[in-house]
Design a protein around this ligand. Structure first.
Ligand SMILES: Cc1cc2nc3c(=O)[nH]c(=O)nc-3n(C[C@H](O)[C@H](O)[C@H](O)COP(=O)(O)OP(=O)(O)OC[C@H]3O[C@@H](n4cnc5c(N)ncnc54)[C@H](O)[C@@H]3O)c2cc1C
Length: 394
């Protein structure tokens, strides 16, 4: 078993062979992956050493202290947080070797083609069709929507209907889609912030080789659960330093601008500060539990709390700033590749956090998941469970 001392030794070895001051960023990231220091809990040869996940912090601290660049995890969050664990669990050896290295180094950005105009919360109702064609592949036709980072992505994780004659959860297959295929059209969707960080994606006669299928034909719903459970942890359970999230800017304003303080705002700020700290520590605990394997429905609870807190904290920040907080008036349609709350205006944070209770599963749907799969309460009635997808009312 690789322990902390061994990881420290390997980190120093990497730094000696590739000094950050004189090594190009990408060369260092590739060398780090090849040394098994990218995500230490991944298998050897795939960027890891099969070490406990909790020991990643040892490597990260050593590299940070030496001034080594990281892989800009926020820019490639969908790849790291969702595509990678799914490829690791369901991919063939060839798929793992092809996709994981450039995914981790950030050379290839990933997006998620799941939601459709008629299938969001009820994702299993999706209608994008994948039809097997002669030879060794599939042809995909349909429309996806709300696809974050599709404009920057090289690859997508995609779920599509391969069998309309069976109930909706059973006729879905999971693919990797090449976003440079001529049948893929990406159009911006403007958001409440004025920016277009997400898109609608039209798929017309997109050819996908069978070697880009993840998991068995018809088993895509099960494969997608790995992605969705990881998504909730990726959104709600990010590793943060104290005051690293939304609470940071509002606490800073409170300290620096005493003239804005009132007794009521003080009480609310203290309450939210404590809740933010509890959420941060709960996220840490959740990540430690992941040492034991894939995340389960508990991630839904984290994501629920994260959305509620972000909305409450950003609301408090706007109130604290008074009229100044309302000064968000830049409606330039930018196309950011990532969501970054830091260094932005309070008004931007307030508007963008509205999406937190929708993306990665709405809060209402996550409450259902917690009720049924964590607390064991009776399930919602599901009358369409045994009806073929083609016979469902749409
Ligand atoms: C910022 C952002 C980024 C996103 N990025 C992506 C992405 O990259 N890829 C992707 O595939 N998708 C993405 N999404 C889409 C997101 O997953 C869906 O919007 C979400 O699942 C809700 O689906 P919907 O929009 O179709 O709403 P609907 O499912 O139509 O829901 C409408 C309302 O009905 C409620 N509702 C629905 N069903 C139930 C139920 N059973 N019980 C109680 N209430 C219910 C919902 O909570 C909601 O309030 C993104 C969304 C946002 C906001």
């Amino acid at each position: 078993m690789t322990d902390a001392a061994e990881l420290r030794r390997r980190t120093q070895e990497l730094l000696a062979a590739h000094p950050p001051a004189t090594t190009a960023r990408l060369d260092l990231l590739r060398a780090r992956f090849d040394a098994g220091l990218a995500w230490v809990h991944y298998p050897e040869g795939l960027g890891g050493l099969g070490a406990p996940r909790s020991l990643q912090a040892v490597v990260d601290a050593g590299l940070e202290a030496a001034g080594a660049p990281d892989n800009d995890p926020r820019r490639i969050g969908i790849g790291l947080g969702m595509a990678a664990p799914t490829i690791l669990q369901y991919g063939t050896e060839e798929q793992r070797r092809r996709f994981l290295r450039p995914l981790w180094t950030g050379e290839e950005v990933w997006c998620q083609l799941f939601s459709e105009p008629g299938a969001g919360s009820d994702l299993a109702a999706l209608g994008t069709r994948a039809v097997r064609v002669d030879g060794d592949g599939w042809v995909v036709d349909g429309q996806k929507v709300w696809t974050s980072s599709a404009h920057a992505a090289r690859w997508a994780i995609l779920i599509a209907r391969t069998d309309p004659d069976v109930p909706k959860h059973r006729g879905i297959t999971y693919f990797v889609c090449d976003m440079t295929d001529p049948g893929v059209e990406v159009r911006p969707l403007r958001q409440i912030t004025g920016e277009a960080e997400f898109n609608e994606v039209f798929l017309t006669g997109v050819r996908i080789p069978d070697s880009h299928r993840l998991g068995e034909v018809g088993d895509g719903w099960r494969v997608a659960q790995t992605t969705l459970n990881n998504e909730r942890v990726a959104i709600g359970g990010m590793r943060l330093p104290r005051e690293g999230g939304m609470i940071g800017p509002v606490a800073r304003t409170w300290r620096e601008r005493p003239e804005l303080r009132t007794h009521d705002l003080h009480q609310r700020l203290l309450g939210l500060w404590v809740e933010a700290e509890v959420a941060r520590l709960a996220g840490e605990r959740l990540r430690q539990q992941l040492v034991a394997g894939q995340p389960g429905p508990e991630g839904a609870g984290m994501k629920l709390g994260f959305a509620r807190l972000n909305q409450q904290i950003s609301g408090l920040e706007v109130e604290l700033l008074g009229a100044e907080g309302l000064l968000y008036d830049d409606w330039t349609m930018r196309r950011p590749e990532l969501v970054d709350f830091t260094g932005r205006e309070a008004g931007y944070r307030y508007l963008r956090s509205k999406g937190n209770s929708i993306e990665g599963g709405t809060s209402e749907v996550l409450l259902n998941i917690v009720a049924e799969r964590v607390l064991g309460l009776p399930a919602e009635p599901r009358t369409d469970k045994d009806v073929a997808w083609k016979d469902l009312a749409r």
